[in-house]
Design a binder for this molecule. Structure first.
Ligand code: GLV
Length: 328
């Protein structure tokens, strides 16, 4: 029996490629090139499945050019690289990689929050530049984490993980806003209080963004929202570029309208807006919130499991458009 043909669009763990090679005729990307859309389309020719990452855009034009494609398995929890409506219309299953990265990503969100509030990278740069020649009473004085108010915007699994860390680990007063309010038991478990978006912005000492990106969440945080925040507040974005208006944020940071920001994601990444690069009160990391080896391996294996289940006629583990399966 001929094996289904799949494309692995970016370099990934050899052990995961080896697993897939047992069941599929695999074309991979060992040099980890970032393909243009035309290159992606060319490589998808004749493929029934694709193992994608958050940077591989699957939209109507890709689908129209690749009529044999049946499934795209994303090695990411976010799936704004998929035009889900177009995929459903084309009968192409989409899967993502949720849950396996929750705690790792929440750890990172908290690390970024602490680095930002306590000015860790800024002070390290100062030390490395040889500028540290005396103690002084207010050198790199930052904001407290313990006992402060943590705001979480987007209270899915990762947001809940951050809320738990704040409330249980650091004695923070946790408030959150989400499209839908959590049930009372989950709110009690996370020790989090539901507030309006405006109250969240006005009250949080530290605001962490963990909401999915879509057209509706584009520039959720712009100049008007930043103006509502406390001048002493910190903002952390581990969600997606585009949720924050980076130009407005850079202006707010430069004008000290908020104290500091920690950003793992950027509009148009991997490019980072030069206005952000020029500032010292922002901690910048290259989209690494889920990047521990065990977690990245679990994400890759989940994407592989989805491909394996789909082609063996079983129920994929984490489908995003199950209606495609129903119509099969
Ligand atoms: C990372 O950003 C992911 O969506 O998994």
């Amino acid at each position: 029996m001929t094996k289904p043909k799949i494309l692995i669009a970016r370099a990934v763990f050899m052990e995961v490629i080896a697993r897939l090679e047992q069941h599929f005729d695999v074309e991979s990307n060992p040099l980890d090139e970032v393909w243009s859309q035309a290159q992606l389309i060319a490589r998808l020719q004749g493929k029934q499945g694709a193992f994608t990452t958050g940077g591989d855009r699957i939209d109507a034009s890709v689908l129209a050019a690749c009529p044999e494609l049946k499934i795209c398995a994303n090695m990411a929890v976010g799936y704004n690289n998929f035009d889900l409506a177009a995929m459903t219309q084309a009968g192409v299953l989409a899967t993502n990689a949720p849950a396996v990265l929750t705690e790792t990503t929440a750890d990172f969100g908290f690390a970024l929050l602490m680095a930002t509030a306590r000015r860790i990278t800024e002070s390290e740069h100062y030390l490395r530049a040889g500028k540290w020649n005396k103690w002084s009473f207010d050198m790199f004085a930052g904001a407290d984490i313990h006992g402060s108010t943590l705001g979480v915007l987007g209270m899915g699994r990762i947001g809940q993980g951050i809320a738990r860390r704040g409330a249980l680990g650091f004695g923070m007063n946790v408030i959150y806003h989400n499209r839908t309010r959590l049930d009372a038991a989950l709110e009690a478990e996370c020790k989090a209080r539901y507030v309006s978006k405006d109250e969240l912005l006005k009250t949080a000492d530290h605001l962490v963004l963990v909401l999915p990106y879509s057209a509706a969440s584009h520039h959720t945080i712009g100049a008007a929202e930043l103006a509502l925040m406390k001048p002493t507040a910190t903002l952390v974005n581990i969600a997606r570029g585009g949720i924050v208006d980076d130009v407005a944020l850079a202006a707010a940071l430069a004008g000290k309208r908020i104290a500091a920001a920690g950003l793992d994601v950027f509009e148009g990444e991997p490019a980072v807006h030069p206005d952000l690069l020029a500032l010292s009160n922002v901690v910048l990391t290259p989209h690494i919130a889920s990047a521990t080896r065990p977690t990245r391996l679990a994400m890759a294996n989940l994407a592989a499991d989805n491909l394996l289940a789909f082609f063996s006629g079983q129920q994929p583990l984490t489908p995003l458009n199950s209606e495609v399966l129903a119509a099969r």
